[in-house]
Design a protein around this ligand. Sequence first.
Ligand code: MTE
Length: 323
Amino acid sequence: MLIKRPSPIRSAEITSKRDYLSRRAFLKTSGLTAAALAGAGIALDGEGAPGAQEAPHGRALAGVQRSPLSIADKPSTWRQITTYNNFYEFGVDKESPARFAKGLNTANWKVTIDGECGRTGALDLEDILKGETLEERIYRLRCVEAWSMVIPWVGFPLANLIRKCEPTSRAKYVQFTTLDDPRQMPGVRSAVLDWPYVEGLRMDEAMHPLAILAVGLYGEVLPNQNGAPLRLVVPWKYGFKGAKSIVKISFVGQQPRTSWMKAEPTWYGFYSNVNPNVSPQRWSQASERVIGGGFFNRKTQMFNGYGDQVAHLYAGMDLEKFF
Ligand code: MTE
């Protein structure tokens, strides 16, 4: 996705690298996030949470329900999902997020709700999670860079949070803004994107049952490099629509200008539905490299294989024009 050569992050600029790498700091931050989940009535250390046995790396989430919306494909491994990441706030190469996001402080996380809705203001993560049943959603993730994985997210429908916010009839789109903190995120000091990272969905897309807000992975609290404590997952769209570490959700009347649209509007459209027939970038979207598999060993499917569930959202639209 990279379109500008970023200025390299000098090691001297990476504040408290020692802290980032310190296991104590990691346990402290992940533990506090776990406390927010517990505060919302979502128990931890749950035996029988899907995936918990396979990945005892952090704090398991209890009461996670399986979902009929999961696919049957074998998930990518924990290691693949947590060490091959895009999170430019921590650097542009795939290994940087796992190294440098360790110290991200996700405690006392707040999400501001604003715009065309009845309930505005800052919500604690525990308010957001209150009353939610966490579900495991095993989804395909297709990156616009033409690689893919299968990820067992844990989350809840985005539609549930939207309903709680009581959007008005003037709310046509939902905009997601993510954390932009140079003290914690060395990558935002480079001009590779116009920070903060902003993404958006049309209201009917956002209300679709497949669109979720994820707080976990493999039955455990979401690792920072995957967008803790709260990230968007929209499986029929390219992975970059899945904004990580969300701090603001805005209900707006106009189509948001997303970070990638600003960076390269001819390559990255607002919709960014996975589409093997449309390749506005320099590379083809017809096939993909399954991480851990072979070389471009899979034909890309329209809407990433979710066409039966989502194609109706785009009925009558020219998908080459609205890419
Ligand atoms: N969100 C933020 N805030 N910053 C980013 O750089 N990268 C996006 C998306 N969300 C990104 C982001 C891209 S390009 C992809 S492919 C997915 O996150 C990758 O998610 P993963 O690392 O959990 O697989």
